[in-house]
Design a binder for this molecule. Structure first.
Ligand code: HEC
Length: 119
């Protein structure tokens, strides 16, 4: 009887250990991001064209030109240490995937990767 219990416990541990290997993988973080991205010249124009119709006060973050930078930084939408963990990036590849092109997403990610400066 004891042996059975040990065997059962043993196999349970093996099964549980195996399960943790099969977590749903996050999409890999893109490499070779664009460099020298300008917030005012490259990022804000994307917001102007594709975002402000919804994000202009009522829906946060407020992405209108005079507000967007502070909203994104102060609101914790960007993570310059782990750009792909940024809420902004996660939203763009998640619920907002059909609202931006791949190039636009990479531009925004490149800007975060370079330190999310107000440049
Ligand atoms: C058609 C309206 C619409 C457009 C266009 C739109 N959004 Fe959104 N956005 C929403 C709504 C509604 C939510 C809340 C639900 C969700 O997360 O999808 C949201 C959520 C977000 C969030 C997460 C907010 C939070 O606090 O969790 C971010 C970041 C964001 N949007 C950024 C953008 C950017 C950048 C663009 C332009 C590329 C954009 N949105 C375009 C409607 C829109």
């Amino acid at each position: 009887m004891r042996r059975w219990i040990m065997l059962l416990t043993g196999s349970l541990i093996v099964i549980l250990a195996a399960c943790t290997k099969y977590e749903i993988p996050k999409p890999p973080c893109p490499e070779d991001l664009p460099t020298n991205v300008s917030y005012s010249g490259d990022v804000q124009p994307i917001f102007d064209a594709s975002c402000v119709m919804c994000h202009s006060g009522g829906q946060s973050p407020d992405l209108r030109p005079d507000w967007s930078y502070d909203e994104l930084i102060d609101g914790g939408y960007v993570d310059t240490d782990f750009p792909c963990s940024s809420k902004l990036y996660e939203t763009l590849i998640g619920s907002h995937a059909d609202r931006v092109t791949e190039d636009e997403v990479l531009t925004i990610l490149g800007w975060i990767d370079e330190g999310a400066e107000d440049n």
